[in-house]
Design a protein around this ligand. Structure first.
Ligand SMILES: Nc1ncnc2c1ncn2[C@@H]1O[C@H](COP(=O)(O)OP(=O)(O)O)[C@@H](O)[C@H]1O
Ligand SMILES: [Mg+2]
Length: 236
């Protein structure tokens, strides 16, 4: 479970990136986080991934308290979360297979398990035929899917993706969202930061909208307002 209680994050003593966020995401939920550039979405993701600590308030994820977690416990936290970063963070001189196997080795998985699990996950993301390629020998969409495979491979409780469709054409974006839905269907909690208004509205999931570091709307049923709709809503 993910829970934020009155969370503030101030950078360099002055930039207030998050300004009193409270929310709860239950196990097995699928939620979108939307909002304009600079509203604090990536800061929220980095707090959940244990890359940053809150300036104020409480961040709880999978039984860990990010404000209090000891550095030696961060690897245990990371095992419960798969993060898909906006810039992929793939290792250039490792094959697709190795990029994924690597994160299993990093948590000490036995070779026998790695040999079974990596092909399974690569098949799930549709990369069965690209396992021996290097990152510079695959397309942007395929790199994105390697990043997802890597986030998935240790069977985390939660998958968090920061604008995973940022570099994809519309058809690929739809495909990627269906993949995340499929993963959610297998029981994983999924949290996706995105700008894809049409997709968000079509998928009709929970939508958490952030502006200036606060939650301005949190509704289920796909509800990503554009500026005109927001004004209309204020008027009625
Ligand atoms: N490492 C940092 N140091 C200082 N300011 C930062 C840092 N990262 C983000 N910010 C600022 O915090 C605010 C929120 O940023 P961010 O969380 O990246 O927003 P988003 O992902 O919604 O675009 C912005 O004003 C941004 O400039
Ligand atoms: Mg961002």
């Amino acid at each position: 479970m993910i829970e934020l209680q009155d969370v503030c994050k101030i950078y360099d003593g002055s930039t207030r990136a998050l300004n009193g966020i409270s929310l709860k995401i239950e196990d097995g939920e699928f939620a979108f986080v939307v909002g304009p550039s600079g509203s604090g979405k990536s800061t929220l993701i980095k707090l959940l991934a244990g890359e940053l600590r809150p300036t104020d308030g409480k961040v709880l994820i999978n039984g860990f308290d990010i404000g209090k977690i000891k550095n030696k416990d961060i690897p245990y936290l990371r095992r419960t979360i798969g993060v898909v970063y906006q810039d992929f963070r793939l290792i250039d001189n490792k094959t697709v297979y190795e990029n994924v196997a690597f994160v299993m080795r990093a948590v000490g998985a036995p070779p026998r398990i790695i040999k079974k699990r990596v092909p399974y996950v690569l098949e799930l993301v549709g990369l069965k035929n690209k396992t021996r390629r290097l990152p510079n020998q695959i397309s942007g969409g395929e790199k994105q899917r390697v990043a997802i495979a890597r986030a998935l491979v240790n069977n985390p409780d939660v998958i968090i993706a920061d604008e995973p469709t940022g570099n994809l054409d519309p058809a690929r974006s739809v495909e990627l969202m269906s993949l995340l839905e499929k993963i959610n269907g297998l029981g994983t909690t999924v949290l996706v930061v995105t700008h894809e208004r049409e997709l968000v509205n079509k998928l009709a999931k929970r939508v958490i909208a952030i502006e200036h570091g606060t939650v301005i709307s949190d509704r289920t049923g796909g509800y990503y307002l554009d500026e005109k709709e927001k004004i209309q809503q204020i008027l009625v």
